[in-house]
Design a protein around this ligand. Sequence first.
Ligand SMILES: Cc1cc2nc3c(=O)[nH]c(=O)nc-3n(C[C@H](O)[C@H](O)[C@H](O)COP(=O)(O)OP(=O)(O)OC[C@H]3O[C@@H](n4cnc5c(N)ncnc54)[C@H](O)[C@@H]3O)c2cc1C
Ligand SMILES: NC(=O)c1ccc[n+]([C@@H]2O[C@H](COP(=O)([O-])OP(=O)(O)OC[C@H]3O[C@@H](n4cnc5c(N)ncnc54)[C@H](O)[C@@H]3O)[C@@H](O)[C@H]2O)c1
Length: 444
Amino acid sequence: MKHFSNIIIGFGKAGKTLAGTLAKHGEEVLVIEKDPNMYGGTCINIACLPTKNMIINAHRGIRYEAALKKKNDLTAKLRNKNYHKVADLSGVTVLTATAEFLDDHTLQVSDNSGQETLQADRIFINTGATPVWPNIDGLLNSKKVYSSTDLLAKDKQLKELVILGSGPIGLEFASMYTQFGSHVTIVDKAPKILGKFEPEVAQQAKHDLEEDGISFLLESHITNVNDTLNGVTLTISTPEGMKEIQADGLLVATGRRANVTDLHLERTSIKTGSHGEILVNDVLETNAKDVYALGDVTGGPQFTYISLDDWRIIANNLYGNKTRSRLNRPVFANTIFLNPAISSIGRTEEQLREAGIDYTVLKISAASVPKAQVIGNPRSIYKALIDPQSHQILGTTIYAEESFETINIISLAMQNHLPAEALRDQIYTHPTMTEALNDLFDQI
Ligand SMILES: Cc1cc2nc3c(=O)[nH]c(=O)nc-3n(C[C@H](O)[C@H](O)[C@H](O)COP(=O)(O)OP(=O)(O)OC[C@H]3O[C@@H](n4cnc5c(N)ncnc54)[C@H](O)[C@@H]3O)c2cc1C
Ligand SMILES: NC(=O)c1ccc[n+]([C@@H]2O[C@H](COP(=O)([O-])OP(=O)(O)OC[C@H]3O[C@@H](n4cnc5c(N)ncnc54)[C@H](O)[C@@H]3O)[C@@H](O)[C@H]2O)c1
């Protein structure tokens, strides 16, 4: 039986970065990835980067087939680069095989050629997340039902697309497909979209998505999926009664949960939660000694930058001053890449009210910001909540062009406890959307 000092299961953001750190410290590492099309993990192959590349090219007016080719070229390049960045490190080996546990420190790996048993002193589980499939009649047998991964690989554009789920995946695909010229209907059981964002921003974003041609069926669910010669018929229960929609396909975007499918954790002392997520303590240790879990598989926030931050926690606890943990993870933002993008950080008005925290609201539209005019997209709301005494920023939501960049400045200010005046008085380059922060914080 082969023995390794460290085995990382899954070539995700945390895992691949950790392989580099371990190698730098002279450690021997085996990285096991089950799918050669996934070297580099979910983000670069089937998620963040290909979707944003398609979204940007759709906005540029590039046709679907040409955009798909550009996306495929990009992911192939990134995959190859990611593979070599890890496999070429001294002390690191990449094995393309599926790993399953036999006990806490013993794994069986399998590929088409056979199986092998391996042991390791330390094991890091970084196997990501997998789509949740709702229980709907005809859904699993349909050939017209797609996950985000399937749809990103589709060589022909679906002209009439229904999307189940209005989370980030559903909304980003809806925005992208609309820009490519398709008609999209979103079905969600929730009464409103973007429910975690400030209500006026969510409302404005919904209005703009509708203006772009997207139809919404809220408080609705699909009860039946029936393939037809040319597409699919969807039976939908809505507040106005049952509806039937003919479409070319259905994208299911109803959430993703920890991917532990192949791992056979029942053979170990590793504990899982009610959604299959691997339970870890604040420094990402599982119940089994020297077995860690990182990234989406822990059931934490599903973002590449959080997986990367999990790596920081592990690296700090293995080689650093052991101060980093999930408990003191810095405040972090999130963005949904719409037209324009919606980005937020910290707390909303509702959350502050519930917590009994006093706040002052600052709000502007950036329609008159020169860069918004240069881009030709005046859609915008900038909203900040600040402490009335200290002027510390408690939360910010930006719905505007380039909000995904501007929000990182707010993040830096919050993390370093800068008062709103610092952002008000900062000299920003021109013309940028960030300049709007001069005006937003001028209302203090
Ligand atoms: C469509 C979409 C768009 C997204 N957009 C964004 C975005 O814009 N920004 C953002 O921050 N996040 C985004 N996310 C979320 C982000 O992609 C994930 O949070 C992130 O990639 C998770 O990384 P990870 O390190 O947990 O593991 P992953 O990168 O998911 O890696 C897990 C790897 O483990 C492998 N694996 C699984 N089981 C086994 C096994 N038994 N043996 C061997 N290998 C195995 C898998 O093949 C996979 O390569 C998006 C997600 C999706 C689906
Ligand atoms: N820009 C980004 O950062 C980005 C982009 C895409 C994905 N992601 C990550 O991927 C994860 C998964 O995204 P997602 O959009 O699939 O999930 P989600 O959980 O965020 O949203 C799922 C939506 O589906 C609805 N839904 C669930 N079951 C339903 C049913 N049976 N009928 C009708 N509606 C139903 C829910 O009400 C919800 O609105 C997110 O947690 C996110 O962190 C991030």
